[in-house]
Ligand binder design. Structure first.
Ligand SMILES: [Mn+2]
Length: 314
């Protein structure tokens, strides 16, 4: 279906529901929050008479972005659920979405699980937050209003998923949309500070990672964050795996794997050019061609994955 038609269908469905519950993926990042709460704030500003909820387990490190709603099971009865930035149904935070009357998927990951009554996926978009702004633009003549708070959230989501406009996914569309977003009255400086300041234990863990990562054949990097290290620095698995991108600053490194001990062991894969989501898919995961995630059940399996990564970088 054409993008314009999909956006129109989504807008019409939104207009026809009195209760709208917005979900995003588990272990949320900036774009998950930005797209979910950015859409939520657009809908609140546009339709004050509707009940709009944003749900999911809050991520402490992202509390500065937005507060989430805690709601009872029955709220999903007769509601429209919209899920943003979430490739597959298993990753939807708060599985009570199944109780909703209708379901919409809005996402930019490869569409292996095309769930929802309406499914709008654009893998060219740098962030789902970018798509949410396009949805607002399509709805402008039909009552959609973007508040400064919504603009702040969408800007944060796009900045998050593009590494502040550094990643190759950053397109002309990204810059066009960001140039619109910065026209809204929000404190960009304050947001940047909140995005980049880290508690002391996270800074110390960065030091540990930079001291202790290894390089293998074909310029592959890797680091293992064990339970012992997590305890030493007092961080959760999610906290630790947020640091995956720092190894990208190492000159010459082509791709890298960031292992965090958990049940199962989490793997974050990054690459500067070699396609790595095929490897992620082989090990219980998936994602973008240059940024994906996987899971392995033992350190032995981790070594097999590393061997595949070394081979891919030949
Ligand atoms: Mn995203």
């Amino acid at each position: 279906m054409k993008t314009e038609t999909l956006k129109k269908d989504i807008i019409e469905m939104i207009k026809s529901y009195e209760k709208i519950i917005i979900h995003r993926h588990v272990r949320p990042d900036l774009d998950a929050y930005g797209s979910q709460c950015g859409l939520g704030e657009i809908l609140k500003a546009s339709f004050p008479e509707k009940k709009i909820y944003m749900v999911g387990t809050p991520a402490l490190a992202l509390n500065y972005l937005h507060e989430l709603d805690e709601i009872e099971d029955e709220e999903w009865n007769g509601a429209l659920a919209i899920v943003t930035d979430t490739a597959n149904q298993e990753r939807i935070d708060d599985n009570r979405y199944v109780k909703a009357e209708k379901l919409i998927k809005i996402d930019h990951h490869p569409n292996h699980d095309a769930y929802g009554d309406i499914c709008w996926v654009n893998v060219e978009a740098s962030a789902t937050s970018e798509m949410i702004f396009e949805l607002f633009e399509a709805g402008k003549n039909m009552g959609f209003i973007c508040s400064p708070e919504a603009a702040r959230l969408l800007y944060g989501g796009i900045a998050g998923d593009t590494g502040h406009f550094l990643y190759p996914s950053t397109s002309c569309d990204t810059f066009r949309i960001v140039s619109e977003l910065v026209k809204y009255d929000f404190d960009r400086n304050q947001l940047h500070t909140e995005m980049y300041e880290e508690p002391m234990n996270m800074i110390k863990l960065q030091g540990y990672i930079l001291e202790n990562f290894e390089t293998l054949e074909n310029n592959v990097g890797n680091i293992f964050i064990t339970n012992e290290i997590k305890e030493k620095f007092n961080v959760s698995s999610s906290d630790a795996s947020r640091l995956v991108s720092i190894l990208g600053n190492v000159k010459g490194i082509k791709a890298w794997a960031f292992f965090t001990e958990d049940k199962p062991i989490r793997v974050n894969l990054r690459s500067k050019g070699t396609i790595i989501n095929t490897i992620a898919e082989k090990y219980n995961g998936g994602g973008h061609p240059l940024a994906s995630g996987a899971n392995v059940s033992s350190w032995d399996e981790a070594k097999l994955l590393l061997k595949d990564l070394v081979d891919a970088c030949k």
